[in-house]
Design a protein around this ligand. Structure first.
Ligand code: FAD
Length: 334
């Protein structure tokens, strides 16, 4: 890229007539488009946001993954035979049924964009926002209308990004509150080290209890100290509250970064698609086909919030599954 040398675009001489609709231009959708093109299938990638790349563009901050590098790679992927239609939300601008009718197969790769709520009193107060929304606004260059001190709740990569972006946005103090210890934090260790190095304060073994405020405006967070008990289903030791250990961290803002869920409202109720209790699609783990023939899904909307390489790998497996599905249909029709 820095030497202005583009890798070659290697695709079959002839493409098949069938086209595939891809919902979502994140790592899963774009990987699916790329491997479909390698198998000789054109696709149209429908993307709700103004630009492609999903959480690579609207979640992970620019200082970790520069947009210029991303766009260079995406343009190369698209050059293989995928058409990108941004600002097109399925379920609003085009219906899901239309895609089912007009395309040989549909791939769903819409990620997990709905931030989970803390489910504590006061979290609807002014000053409280969810991590993915905060990062999206920051990545879109929107003015962050928050100032003073901020508390980030969570111990994953989204929490670390929210903390480090908050620091860059110029908050007076940035606190990370996590209910287990540093050892149990799911975030990459180098992200935790970098956040600490930048001056972000960590409070381990602390859980939020209530957002407190003056009228509707947050002024602090009531917390409880925790200790580690027996291992839970995840194998990690369960945090147990220490009775009478309440204390308050004063802050004007709170960012909840405790997880995300997919938003799949665009799928019609009568679609018959099997949906798990985590709001993800159930798929065959070889082909990534859902229980409805011709509809495939991979990425965070299938696994729940995960890592990018799994979205890419499963997007590839889905592309191979789609190619096999279309070939079988073609044989049936012959
Ligand atoms: C803040 C943050 C930091 C992360 N850091 C890391 C990291 O360091 N390393 C790592 O490996 N992973 C990281 N991840 C996880 C990684 O980004 C995701 O696992 C990956 O992006 C999932 O890819 P995806 O294609 O499934 O979904 P997404 O990347 O979420 O893309 C889904 C796309 O679908 C679009 N879409 C949604 N609904 C519709 C609709 N109705 N119509 C049309 N388009 C729609 C969205 O706009 C989006 O572009 C991070 C995630 C976040 C949020």
């Amino acid at each position: 890229m820095h030497n202005d040398i583009d890798p070659p675009v290697e695709v079959p001489d002839q493409f098949h007539s069938e086209k595939v609709a891809i919902i979502g231009a994140g790592p899963a959708g774009l990987s699916c488009a790329y491997f479909l093109a390698k198998a000789g299938y054109n696709s149209v990638v429908f993307e709700a946001m103004p630009e492609p790349a999903g959480m690579f563009r609207y979640g992970i901050p620019e200082y970790r993954l520069p947009t210029e590098t991303l766009m260079h790679e995406i343009n190369w992927i698209l050059a293989h035979g995928a058409e990108l239609r941004c600002n097109t939300r399925i379920g609003k601008d085009i219906s899901f049924e239309e895609l089912q009718r007009d395309y040989a197969a549909v791939f769903i790769g819409v990620g997990a964009w709905t931030g989970m709520t803390l489910r504590i009193p006061g979290e609807d107060m002014e000053g409280v926002i969810d991590g993915v929304r905060f990062l999206r606004d920051a990545n879109m260059g929107k003015k962050i209308e928050m100032e003073g001190r901020v508390i980030i709740i969570g111990g994953g990569n989204v929490a670390m990004d929210a903390a480090r972006v908050s620091w860059r946005e110029g908050f007076d103090e940035v606190h990370v509150v996590y209910r287990r210890t540093r050892k149990e934090m799911p975030a990459s260790p180098w992200e935790i080290d970098a956040a600490e190095h930048e001056g972000i304060k960590f409070q381990f073994l602390v859980a939020p209890v209530e957002v407190i405020g003056d009228k509707d405006r947050m002024t602090g967070l009531k917390c409880l100290k925790m200790e580690l008990g027996e291992p839970d289903a995840s194998g990690r030791r369960r945090p147990v509250p220490i009775e009478g250990s309440e204390f308050v961290i004063e802050a004007e803002n709170l960012i909840a970064a405790i997880g995300q869920r997919p938003d799949i409202k665009f799928v019609p109720e009568d679609s018959k698609l099997e949906i798990t209790r985590w709001n993800t699609f159930a798929v065959d783990q070889q082909t990534f086909e859902t229980n409805v023939p011709g509809i495939f899904s991979a990425g965070d909307v299938e696994t729940g919030p995960d890592i990018a390489i799994r979205a890419c790998a499963n997007g590839r497996k889905a592309a191979l599954g789609i190619a096999r599905y279309i070939e079988a249909k073609r044989r049936e029709a012959a």
